[in-house]
Design a protein around this ligand. Structure first.
Ligand code: HEM
Length: 388
């Protein structure tokens, strides 16, 4: 190392706990077993989040959050700003992939029961991160101010309005008034670029610090085999594998963004008749389709529609509380119960999403999920023997 580099290192060393961090990192290991491929899923979600931050900042340079200018500014980004179309396409594709991987990460953490003591807070911050990611999607959907976004937001916020007691307040809070308007757009922009990023930064910091402090958990079924194997060094062995995954992810993301650029559609017209094919983003589809099955009417002054809305809210709360509902030690009955609930929930969510699209896209979702599960299965079939 040159003397200048040495001087910089010494200067930093005297002010930051560099040596301690290096020491900590050199002892960090990852258990080696059949299912260790799932340890890459959180990192993959993180990768897409980083892409979101970078592309989002670039989009902010040209985007204008007002009903008169939003659509035109996105059009400008796509037609005039150098590589603007690509940045917008990367942001939209990466948003979907981030939510997709957050879901897959949650599913694997659930089935391996990695939420148990001492990882309850890691699980809770993870759930909150997923909800926030969905909030990013919901608020970002409106920003291009096109027909689909406008009417989908009207329907989406209407749903919030159906909740008993707080519904009317929630609807006005979300819309910034009675109707979806330019005021809603600036409000959603505020959520999307300031409030949600701040909440995410705090949650993500907590989530990642806890993962570092607690290390990776070993699924119950793999404890014996993991104990008989030498764990893998995090630096550089696991980190390089993580990086390899990120390079692959970047290739897939760039390919998708370049070959299938995100469409803009037509500018929103609040006075036009309701858009024929109103669709939320795919990760809201299973809830949206469920609501569509509910007939109109009310019981004891509560709209029928409110019942599934309250049901989904309760399920969200139960999801957050899973570590407390299923603590260690496992009983065979409880294991079967939680596995059963997990499978039923997953099949319902994927099935209703596919049903909601009733098109080729649904086949893609099912095929994509099946391929991912297959890839995970193949990747975990042969386990490396040592840390090299
Ligand atoms: C933006 C979303 C998220 C990011 C960036 C993220 C990131 C990560 C990373 C990098 C890890 C370490 C590697 C791994 O085990 O995969 C991790 C572990 C973990 N995550 Fe997440 N995560 C996110 C969402 C979630 C969600 C939705 C849950 C579940 C509700 C969750 C629960 C956990 C748990 C319990 C662990 C510890 C796993 C173990 O020790 O085996 N995370 N997360």
């Amino acid at each position: 190392m040159s003397s200048a580099a040495n001087a910089v290192r010494d200067w930093l060393q005297a002010r930051l706990p560099l040596a301690e961090t290096q020491e900590f990192a050199s002892h960090k290991t990852v258990p080696v077993h059949r299912f260790m491929a799932i340890y890459y899923l959180g990192g993959m979600t993180l990768f897409f989040f980083i892409v979101q931050v970078i592309t989002g900042i670039l989009l902010m340079l040209y985007y204008r959050p007002s009903a008169n200018e939003a659509f035109e500014s996105v059009e400008f980004i796509m037609t005039t700003v150098p590589f603007g179309w690509l940045i917008r396409s990367l942001h939209s594709w990466s948003a979907n992939l981030m939510v997709y991987f957050a879901f897959v990460h949650l599913v694997t953490v659930y089935f391996t029961r990695s939420y148990r003591k001492p990882r309850e807070i890691t699980w809770i911050t993870g759930c909150l991160l997923l909800f926030v990611a969905m909030g990013f999607g919901f608020s970002g959907y409106l920003l291009p101010w096109n027909q689909l976004a406008f009417f989908a937001t009207r329907v989406g916020t209407d749903i919030a309005g159906a909740v008993p007691i707080v519904g009317e307040w929630a609807l006005r809070f979300l819309r910034g008034g009675d109707r979806v308007s330019g005021g809603t757009l600036s409000r959603f922009y505020g959520w999307h670029v300031a409030i949600l990023p701040l909440i995410t930064a705090a949650l993500l910091a907590g989530h990642l610090i806890l993962v570092q402090l607690q290390g990776m958990s070993t699924p119950e079924s793999e404890r014996k085999s993991a104990a008989s194997r030498r764990p893998m060094q995090f630096f550089p062995n696991f980190a390089l594998r993580d990086l390899f995954g990120w390079v692959l992810a970047l290739a897939v993301l760039a390919g998708a963004a370049a070959l299938f650029p995100w469409e803009l559609g037509e500018k929103a017209d609040p006075f036009a008749p309701a858009f024929a094919d109103i669709r939320p983003e795919w990760y809201f589809m299973f809830m949206f389709e469920t609501l569509k099955l509910v007939p109109g009417g009310e019981i004891f002054g509560i709209e029928y529609e409110a019942i599934p809305i309250l049901g989904f809210s309760l399920l969200g709360l139960l999801l957050v509380l899973v570590p407390f509902l299923d603590p260690e030690p496992t009983t065979p009955g409880r294991r079967r119960f939680f596995n059963g609930i997990g499978v039923v929930g997953l099949v319902y969510a994927v099935g209703m999403t596919a049903y909601g699209y009733r098109s080729l896209a649904s086949v893609w979702i099912v095929v994509g999920t099946a391929l991912l599960i297959l890839a995970l299965g193949l990747a975990t079939r042969r386990t490396p023997r040592s840390s090299t």
